[in-house]
Design a protein around this ligand. Structure first.
Ligand code: ADP
Ligand code: MG
Length: 354
């Protein structure tokens, strides 16, 4: 396809996220329905062109567990990314509509995400970096596919600045400034699966004494959060709770992470402790949440309510030390995933219920 903006007819808003909005649109010359993501890029022309070049690698990503890519083009001041449209939307939207998702279906989701991550890493050496329910899509053919993986360092750079934090799927090692690895994606998968099985984001602040600041929204990049959390976690620890202060670690931006920019330094100075996260009656500031992820035991599926083998899989995803955590490829051999592969649960029938 040679895609250009004037060849599209917008049909429907699908949602908004990190610095972009997604619409269902028809590509008129071919009659193809696509998901068209528009990202506002505050960058010079050569950076935009660089982003476009970096996105081209998505043309080579072919897997039934990966949303396919039609192409990307510049529509000043935006970049448009056109991809396969998933008619049942993302899993966050689905569970918010129908409630907690049956564990057999969650098993199929785990299998699909692990297959997608393994494909991306084994074939293209791509680490996803943003596994969460809104980046796992579903369609009425019963297919589960991942989207929005980090192929363009320059794009990550450009949109990181407008990140709006609602919940975080970031692993403890990432919060403490380590590089992304495929194992960080596994942590994010574990958190996402609990969220889908429970029907709510799994962290709650019931064990913390914090005054509510629920009206505020965070506008910090993941890298900024990672960088500032180091200092703030330290301060919070010293301030009272009897938690062991974290050893000072190098912030992410010194680790040559493409998501870390000079702009983050500016934001560091403007940082605020009043940022908050909401969802399902829970309110926790971002810093509290980050502190919680690093210092507290990982969340688990409620004991007894789910098959033991599913609980064991989630526990394996949520090993706090990356050394103890398996890779997506290793986890494809887990008993729960083997069971899920064999499971005859009917995803087409399930799709027809909402
Ligand atoms: P986020 O993933 O943070 O929610 P995005 O801008 O990536 O933000 O996407 C916004 C919403 O658009 C998603 O939550 C999802 O429901 C919807 N969406 C994204 N891509 C597609 C797609 N290919 N098909 C259908 N819906 C999509
Ligand atoms: Mg997304």
């Amino acid at each position: 396809y040679d895609l250009k903006n004037e060849d599209f007819r917008d049909i429907q808003d699908l949602g908004q996220g990190n610095g972009g909005s997604v619409k269902k649109a028809e590509h008129i010359p071919t009659g193809t329905f696509m998901a068209k993501k528009t990202v506002l890029i505050d960058a010079k022309p050569n950076v935009r062109k660089q982003i476009l070049r970096e996105l081209q690698i998505m043309h080579e990503c072919h897997s039934k567990y990966i949303i396919s890519f039609y192409g990307a083009f510049l529509a000043d001041p935006n970049i448009c990314i056109c991809m396969e449209f998933a008619d049942k939307g993302s899993l966050d939207g689905i569970y918010k509509k129908i409630g907690a998702i049956d564990i057999d279906i969650v098993g199929k989701i785990a299998l699909a995400v692990l297959e997608g991550l393994t494909y991306l890493y084994d074939v293209h050496r791509i680490i996803h970096r943003d596994i969460k329910p809104s980046n796992i899509l579903f369609n009425s053919k019963g297919e589960i596919k991942i989207c929005d993986f980090g192929v363009s360092g320059e794009l990550i750079n450009s949109i990181a600045d407008t990140f709006v934090g609602t919940s975080t799927y970031m692993s403890p090692e990432r919060i403490q400034g380590a590089q992304y690895s495929v194992k960080s994606d596994v942590w994010s998968l574990g958190i996402s699966l609990i969220e889908l099985a429970l029907g709510r984001f799994p962290f709650s602040d019931s064990d913390s004494d914090h005054e509510s600041d629920s009206d505020l929204e965070a506008t910090l990049s993941p890298s900024t959060i990672a960088a500032l959390s180091l200092n703030d976690l330290h301060v919070v620890s010293e301030e009272g709770d009897d938690q062991v202060p974290l050893p000072p670690r190098r912030p992410l931006k010194r680790n040559k992470d493409p998501a870390a920019t000079a702009k983050d330094k500016k934001k560091d100075k403007r940082r605020s402790k009043g940022v908050s996260l909401q969802g399902g009656g829970m309110t926790m500031s971002i810093l509290e949440l980050l502190q919680h992820i690093v210092n507290e035991p990982a969340p688990r599926l409620t004991e007894g309510r789910y098959p033991k083998v599913a609980e064991a899989f989630i526990d394996a995803c949520l090993m706090k030390k990356p050394e103890d955590r398996q890779t997506p490829k290793e986890l494809l051999e887990h008993d729960w995933i083997k069971e899920s592969r064999e499971s005859t649960v009917d995803l087409v029938a399930w799709a027809s219920t909402f």
